[in-house]
Ligand binder design. Structure first.
Ligand code: TXE
Length: 501
């Protein structure tokens, strides 16, 4: 893996073979079909992952069901659950380089970024450990001497967790420690193209002392295994992160099965609102980061730049200068800032939108090249000017490094364009005027909002969307409560006053 002299990572000479994970152990692929994943940054096979069958899924759900029903996890104290989560945090810290390496190989993101994300995940586990102890209900001591009301939170049960390929480990860890803190058990179904780090987390959790059967990983396709998980009668809740189209099918599957509770984090078309009074140098850097980070394959990427008309042209030029300097390169190179496009399908989608923007009459200011690097698939960041908010490039989630610039004249117009989208995941405002910042942050419909920054956050802050961007919240205390249900307990004190004399 590591060339000791040059200190440059290289892809493995042979793909690493994984099994799937249940009951605290690896299950080898055996005679199951294997999915061979090639590194999008290098075009060489890097992992082989079993395609689980429907029978496998049923066995895994049954194991998570038993682990929930016999209370081996939810019956522990919050302090005991916290101890496991803290140990897992320590093990993730120790294995950061390894996790980041496989994440980069399967996803194509820069290795330095992958390491940063894994480090962030350590904090998620540490914070959620505290929440396992802090989770509590409510009581009503004001019902008179004859009664008392207690409101408790109970773990919802078996949680199906379907995750995408853009942040395989980060999105997983924005959910798993919080779900575990609540006392639930989990059947995780990672994207078929980025399963490795979810499987590594299973091994880590087991080593950290998580009881067998509490965290399980079923690998395989979305259309078969994902769909069956969404329909499963023994799954009490499903957390789905992915496309809006599959989000709809998951809602239907819940309605047609057991009405399982749903958490959904879906697409976004997030505005970056820049006023003339902003620190334009900072804003240009932030806007460039917001669209090129993770090659724009980010549900919260700032894909629409709404900029005050008086500085629109100048500012687009400043962002262009920044984006031209972004180091697009081999994901295993420490200097790389933007890596490969993760899937062939996504590569085609982005290129088709770059063509469509020009057909719609927008001006391609910079970018769109497909540099030949290391045998992988890469796209230079793009800026479209002379665009309007009704163009497809401004309305549809491209999920790539494509920024669309739309000028505005007034605060009201900025708010109205920002909200003129089916989505409501995230938004940023750049201004030094506190009144503008607060007005915009109040009136723009988005689950996450940034003032003079973007793509920031931490384990404390809940994430999720308004409108078609989804239901519910992950992370923070809300992210634990989301995986609980509420029970109200009315307690009668003393002698009953009889109904029948
Ligand atoms: O997502 P899918 P895809 C958006 C982005 C991207 C588009 C398509 O715009 O271009 O979605 O990406 C599983 N029942 N986002 O096709 O298919 C699948 O195996 C149950 C935004 O990769 O939604 C994977 O684990 N599950 C997003 C997960 O769903 C199913 C992140 C996501 O895959 C399923 C990713 C089914 N019928 C893409 N079909 C974000 N919000 O961050 C697939 N899956």
């Amino acid at each position: 893996m590591m060339d000791q002299n040059a200190q440059i990572l290289t892809p493995p000479s042979e793909p690493r073979e994984f099994g799937f994970f249940m009951e605290g152990s690896w299950v080898p692929a055996g005679d199951r079909d294997l999915f061979e994943r090639s590194s999008p940054g290098h075009g060489v096979p890097v992992t082989r992952i079993p395609r689980c069958t429907e029978d496998d899924l049923n066995t895994i759900v049954a194991s998570a069901r038993t682990a929930f029903d016999d209370r081996r996890w939810c019956g522990l104290s919050g302090a005991d659950r916290a101890a496991v989560l803290l140990k897992a945090a320590e093990l993730i810290r120790q294995r950061t380089d390894e996790i980041a390496y496989w994440e980069t190989l399967e996803n194509g993101k820069p290795i330095s970024q992958a390491r940063g994300e894994v480090s962030g995940c350590v904090g998620m586990f540490e914070f959620a450990a505290g929440l396992a102890r802090a989770l509590h209900g409510d009581s009503f001591n004001n019902s008179g001497d004859g009664a008392m009301g207690i409101v408790t939170r109970e773990p919802v049960g078996v949680v199906g967790l379907i995750t995408p390929w853009n942040f395989p480990f980060l999105i997983l860890c924005e959910r798993v420690p919080y779900i575990l803190a609540s006392g639930c058990t989990i059947v995780a179904k990672p994207s078929e193209v980025t399963s490795a780090t979810t499987l590594l987390l299973a091994e880590i959790l087991s080593e950290a002392g998580l009881p067998d059967g509490v965290f399980n990983v079923v690998t395989g396709s979305g259309s078969v295994i994902g769909q069956k998980l969404a329909e499963h009668m023994d799954v009490d809740m499903l957390s789905f992160t992915g496309s809006t189209a599959v989000g709809r099918s998951v809602v239907a599957a819940s309605g047609q099965s057991n009405f399982k509770k749903l958490g959904l984090e879906l697409g976004g078309k997030n505005p970056q609102i820049v006023f003339a009074d902003a620190d334009l140098e900072d804003a240009a850097d932030g806007v460039a980061f917001g669209i090129a980070f993770n090659t724009g394959q980010c549900c919260v990427s700032g894909a629409r730049l709404l900029v005050e008309r008086s500085v629109a042209e100048k500012f687009a030029g400043m962002v262009a200068d920044k984006l031209r300097k972004v180091r697009v390169g081999d994901p295993l190179d420490e200097r790389t800032q933007a890596g490969a496009i993760t899937t062939d399908a996504q590569n085609r989608t982005i290129l088709s939108y770059i063509a469509k923007g020009q057909e719609e009459g927008a001006t391609l200011l910079i970018g769109g090249g497909t540099p030949e690097i290391a045998g992988g698939q890469y796209i230079d960041p793009v800026i479209f000017t002379n665009a309007t908010n009704d163009m497809a490039i401004a309305r549809e989630e491209i999920f790539g490094p494509v920024l669309v610039v739309i000028p505005f004249d007034t605060i009201d117009e900025a708010i109205s364009i920002a909200n003129d989208t089916e989505y409501g995941l995230a938004a940023s405002v750049w201004t030094k005027n506190i009144d503008k910042a607060l007005t915009i942050s109040r009136r723009v419909q988005a689950g996450r909002f940034w003032v003079n920054t973007t793509l920031a956050g931490g384990p404390e802050l809940p994430i999720g969307g308004f409108k078609a961007s989804g239901w519910g919240r992950e992370a923070g205390m809300h992210g634990v409560e989301e995986y609980t249900q509420i029970k109200s307990i009315h307690v009668e004190i003393g002698k009953r006053s009889h109904w029948v004399e």
